[in-house]
Design a protein around this ligand. Structure first.
Ligand code: SAH
Length: 361
């Protein structure tokens, strides 16, 4: 694979332009083109300079290869192909306040959460900063975003992968995404979701990127959490809560807990009461969502009724909470579902072509 020009900060782009012996204004020109989702081959540059860049950098590091549109709510799901052929996915959700894109930070994931499709094949590789940004740039272009009106206004790092397991690239991506004169998304419009990697949560508090930190909790005791989230063996809920308090102390930002309601696992009334006690008085919000059932997994979603009951108990006890609609459920909204089904389909096609049934090769 060649290098990825979307990895570069503006400072690095300026250095590159100077090293190529080109006029300084070319750096801004390249940046403006890339921000609009253009390929290097589409940039209005002198032919020889363009050829030089194409020798070294991927022309299209992230390409949309499939789009599914939800008939229910207009949510769009994108399958992207990376330069090395790996597939990742993203979702664009339409809200009253803007369009939120969910981006992936890794190909696959090694955290092993039992309810999640992204982790089925383990971690394949980290994405680079430019591959994460590239997802937003090509969706923004596809949706007709301009300099004065972006089609993607918000971002959540909740696609495949654990952002804090790819710390340096994710931080660089966030700096490039929010850079003035670049895509210029406000950090306040960005949420980063982690399964609770405590050292990185603490480190991130000092990066000066005031985004919304979201932690996937999904349980009220360590004993129960470890059943669905193996990462609990490394960090306890208590350590996570302390890291959240530290994040609030350093940034003044409220934090969010994700809690997916799983039937017979974490969603009865006693769990709701225990969760309310655990979070009582903390500057946080709880996002409840009914589990998105993944065909490869056996866990089941809690009923609508139980989910509302859970929400009411939290609210009654003074916890700020919402039950999120599961968007795009008709198009496989949950992490990793599209990628998993496309890989499975590709395997089936390959096997049909080769006339064999062994899916392990
Ligand atoms: N690794 C990060 C971000 C990716 S997952 C994290 O763990 O937070 C984004 C969110 O979707 C997490 O809260 C995750 O627990 C949740 N999630 C994953 N699969 C899900 C499913 N099948 N149903 C509901 N939520 C799911």
């Amino acid at each position: 694979m060649k290098e990825i020009i979307q990895d570069l900060s503006f400072g690095e782009l300026k250095t590159l332009v100077a090293a190529c012996g080109e006029k300084p204004f070319r750096a801004q020109q390249i940046r403006e083109g890339l921000v609009l989702g253009r390929k290097i081959s589409e940039l209005p540059l002198p032919k020889s300079f363009r050829a030089q860049l194409l020798d070294r950098f991927e022309d299209e590091p992230v390409r949309i290869v499939k789009t599914l549109v939800s008939a229910e709510d207009g949510t769009k799901k994108f399958l992207f192909r990376l330069a090395d052929g790996n597939l990742i996915e993203g979702v664009l959700m339409r809200y009253r306040y803007g369009n939120t894109q969910c981006v992936s930070t890794q190909v696959g994931c090694r955290m092993g959460c039992k309810f999640c499709a992204s982790t089925l094949g383990g971690l394949i590789r980290n994405l680079t900063a430019g591959e994460i940004l590239g997802q937003i740039l090509c969706v923004n272009r596809e949706e007709g975003g301009t300099n004065s009106r972006r089609a993607v206004t918000n971002a959540v790092l909740m696609g495949s992968g654990e952002p804090f397991d790819n710390y340096d690239h994710v931080v660089k991506f966030l700096r490039n995404l929010t850079a003035e004169g670049g895509f210029c998304m406000s950090a306040r419009n960005v949420s980063l979701s982690t399964c609770g990697l405590v050292p990185q949560m603490r480190r991130f508090a000092s990066e000066g990127i005031p985004l919304t930190l979201t932690v996937s909790l999904h349980a009220v005791t360590d004993k129960e959490r470890i059943r669905t989230m193996p990462v609990s063996a490394a960090y306890s809920i208590d350590q996570i809560l302390q890291a959240c308090a530290y994040y609030f102390e350093k940034t003044g930002r409220r934090y969010i807990f994700e809690y997916s309601l799983i039937a017979g696992e974490n969603s009865d009334e006693a769990h709701a009461t225990a969760l309310a006690e655990l979070l009582s008085g903390k500057p946080c919000h709880v996002n409840l969502i009914r589990l998105n059932e993944v065909s490869e997994r056996t866990l089941k979603a809690t009923s609508e009724r139980e989910a509302h009951r859970f929400l009411e108990i939290l609210k009654h006890r003074g916890i700020s909470a919402t039950l999120r609609r599961s968007m795009g459920s008709d198009i496989g909204g949950a992490c990793g579902q599209l990628r998993a089904s496309c890989i499975a389909q590709a395997m089936r096609d390959k096997n049909e072509n080769e006339g064999e049934n062994d899916v392990t090769n």
